[in-house]
Design a protein around this ligand. Structure first.
Ligand code: XUL
Ligand code: CO
Length: 437
């Protein structure tokens, strides 16, 4: 098999004292942390689009790196990308990957030609998975790049566009099932609007829900037993996106009776664009029984767009891993690096260095989150903060026997309530002590 990254060795764990750039300092796949191996806790995945397709083009200039992997026509390019992707996963010890239909094979002139191209590459991926022990974390359909989707896909005002999207989703679910994918993602790229002057919001939401319902039904019919996910994002490319954040998306899923089959895929950079923290979005998903999977990246709070940077902020990864541990860890989901190297990081080794940075940041986050959980201070503090609800009266609120009269009688019998300190600064200092102690 040809080598696409001959200068890169297999990346090994060397520990925090190592100065070898091409080594892990914190990620030690087989080490047990909080009851499972790090590989199981973290379930890292490679994103096909950023890793094997994106080459640096932005609004002001073209590619700065080469992602052609030495190939020419569409078929050989698809094969080369697959080969490069599996070599990268092997060298980094990444077990899972994620793709859009259009990442694994470029679009042809017709739907039939596009399907033919997919049918050519999917067996190649299946064989590579088998040979290297890799798995598909999730698949999805790119329903946002082609011009036909400029007014939306599931929310397009045109039936022919909507039907085209349905055909694309049908095929994308089929190939996801064929490759044993445990998830199928809906990210509503252009499912939103710019102005209400040309938008029937109710119709668009009804149409979108119908498309998701049909997709769910078709997936179940052809044997998909994994999770469907919706990935919330508040804006970009559209001004108003229907899946603004976790809470908005859950309201949509509940309203159209899709909860259960659908969970959430929470992306860090989308959380901050929505004005939330990463851990807030994870908590909202978890307390609604909809914690599914994670797009691991980070944004830049000084910029207002989706920069999709590799995650390196250890406070963020620690607090995120704390939420993930408390949610019971991953079942079908994992940590997909929906992240790209910065435009000037244009050497092939920069991709490896970026993955190492992201994997180590999450590995360190896991180690610290486990330490925080095992210390128990924060959990105990939280328990004490709400302890008054453990009384008989408190319990009567949750078992439904309390009334406004019973609470009023209690309040009247008591002195003025105590205004307790939230002690935020003390807790933040203790968090530092627990992390760096
Ligand atoms: C876009 C984004 C997508 C989804 C999959 O912001 O995150 O790559 O993850 O379509
Ligand atoms: Co994403």
């Amino acid at each position: 098999m040809s080598q696409y990254f001959p200068q890169i060795p297999v990346i090994r764990y060397e520990g925090p004292a190592s100065r070898e750039p091409l080594s892990f300092k914190y990620y030690n796949a087989g080490e047990t942390i909080h009851g499972k191996t790090m590989a199981e806790q973290l379930r890292f995945a490679m994103s096909y689009w950023h890793t094997l397709c994106a080459a640096g083009t932005d609004m002001f200039g073209g590619d700065t790196s080469d992602k052609s992997f030495g190939s020419g026509d569409a078929a050989s390019l698809a094969r080369a990308k697959a080969g490069a992707g599996f070599e990268l996963m092997n060298k980094l010890g990444i077990e899972y990957y994620c793709f859009h239909d259009r990442d694994i094979a470029t679009e042809g002139e017709t739907l039939a030609e596009t399907s033919r191209r997919l049918d050519e590459i999917v067996p190649v991926l299946a064989e590579l998975q088998q040979e290297h022990g890799k798995k598909l974390l999730w698949g999805t359909a790119n329903l946002f790049a082609n011009k036909r989707y400029m007014n939306g896909a599931g929310t397009s005002p045109r039936l022919d566009v909507y039907a085209y999207a349905a055909a694309q989703i049908k095929k994308a679910i089929e190939i996801t099932v064929e490759l044993g994918g445990r998830g199928y993602v809906f990210w509503g790229g252009r499912e939103g609007y710019e102005t209400l002057l040309n938008t029937d919001m109710k119709k668009e939401l009804d149409h979108l829900a119908a498309l998701m319902t049909m997709s769910r039904d078709y997936g179940r019919k052809i044997g998909f037993t994994g999770d469907f996910y919706v990935e919330p994002k508040p804006k970009e490319p559209m001004k108003h996106q229907y899946d603004f954040d976790a809470a908005t998306t859950l309201n949509f899923l509940r309203a159209y009776d899709l909860l259960g089959d659908f969970k959430l895929n929470i992306e860090a950079n989308h959380a901050t664009l929505a004005g939330h923290t990463f851990e807030h979005e994870l908590r909202v998903a978890a307390i609604n029984g909809a914690f599914g999977s994670v797009d691991a990246n980070q944004g830049d709070l000084l910029l207002g767009w989706d920069t999709d940077q590799f995650p390196t902020n250890v406070y963020d990864t620690t607090l995120a891993m704390l939420e993930i541990l408390r949610a019971g860890g991953f079942t079908n989901g994992g940590l997909n690096f929906d992240a790209k190297t910065r435009r000037p990081s244009n050497r092939p080794e920069d991709i490896f260095l970026a993955y190492i940075a992201g994997m180590d940041a999450f590995a360190l986050g896991l180690r610290l989150a486990a330490r925080i959980e095992e210390d128990g201070f924060l959990t105990e503090n939280l328990k004490q903060r709400y302890a008054s609800f453990d009384s008989e009266l408190g319990r009567s609120i949750m078992d439904g026997t309390a009334t406004l009269e019973s609470l009023a009688a209690y309040a009247e019998s008591r002195p003025e309530p105590v205004a307790d300190s939230g002690a935020q600064e003390y807790l933040e200092a203790t968090l530092n002590q627990l992390m760096f102690g």
